[in-house]
Design a binder for this molecule. Structure first.
Ligand code: ADP
Ligand code: MG
Length: 259
């Protein structure tokens, strides 16, 4: 059976059992992401964004509902899915070169060909000259690029990005948004981005999902028109439509803010 959906969540709920009782982190989430699509999840902190990414990554099962990757039920982590976090988690005692090969070592897929591909990605990110450096010798933006190379090196079809730019200064963040968007488009990846930054969500995504909390639910699905999504994130910010969508998202989220 062929399946056009890269990711599907069907009536997915996840409850955590705590000392004070049962906490529904997410409830009845339905989500379908097409192959090659870039979506963002936005919403107040604690609305279940990270929980949704971890469920898609197969780190733990949902309490109810089902998750599918290319039509196959998720029953644990798979090499089809790469997960990149806010913190780069590079190993300080390993060189950049050794760090980008880590995923390949773990998945036992390190060979001449996969090593060459990792080095090609490092070159693409403009970091080939730094391969013998160590993480502490690099800036935050460079380290995130290394983390991205490490994630892409195992050739996942799907990338889960949990606030990967939030620790970076504004200019680095804008540059990296463009680089990541272009790289993912070029390699035809499907991506789910979690971000606090509404302008980042509008600039990078084809679709933005707005969540509310207690329990986490999808409240709004906002499709970003091609006039924005077909441009690079930086260029899209200069379109008049960008402001319209930014404002709409802002108003959507304002409803859930604590006052
Ligand atoms: P977000 O990423 O949107 O900030 P999370 O997915 O981290 O939200 O958390 C959603 C909800 O689940 C929150 O109420 C949080 O406190 C709760 N939660 C997350 N992880 C755990 C856990 N391991 N045990 C208990 N509760 C958790
Ligand atoms: Mg989170």
């Amino acid at each position: 059976m062929t399946n056009d959906w890269a990711i599907e969540l069907k009536e997915v709920s996840k409850k955590y059992i705590t000392k004070t009782g049962i906490n529904y982190a997410v409830a009845n989430v339905n989500l379908s992401v097409k192959a090659g699509e870039f979506i963002s999840l936005v919403g107040p902190s604690g609305c279940g964004k990270t929980t949704i990414l971890s469920l898609i990554a197969g780190l733990f099962p949902p309490s109810s509902g089902d998750i599918y990757i290319y039509g196959q039920k998720v029953e644990g982590p798979t090499s089809k899915v790469g997960y990149m976090l806010q913190q780069d988690y590079l190993f300080p005692w390993r060189s950049i070169y050794q760090n980008i090969l880590l995923g390949l070592e773990i998945t036992k897929t390190l060979n001449r060909e996969t090593e060459q591909h990792a080095l090609y990605l490092l070159e693409e990110m403009g970091l080939i000259d730094y391969r013998h450096h160590y993480p502490h010798q690099l800036s935050g933006g460079m380290r995130q690029r290394v983390a991205l190379v490490r994630t892409l090196a195992t050739e996942p079809d799907i990338l889960l990005l949990d606030e990967p730019f939030s620790a970076l200064d504004y200019q680095t963040k804008l540059r990296l948004e463009d680089l990541v968007c272009n790289t993912l488009k070029k390699h035809a990846k499907t991506a789910v981005l979690v971000t606090h930054d509404l302008s980042e969500a509008v600039a990078m995504s084809d679709t933005v999902y707005v969540l509310s909390r207690n329990p986490g639910r999808i409240n709004q699905i906002i499709e970003i028109p091609p006039v924005i999504s077909e441009k690079t994130p930086l260029a899209s910010r200069n379109t008049p439509e960008f402001q319209t969508y930014f404002k709409r998202l802002w108003e959507e989220l304002d409803v859930y803010e604590d006052r």
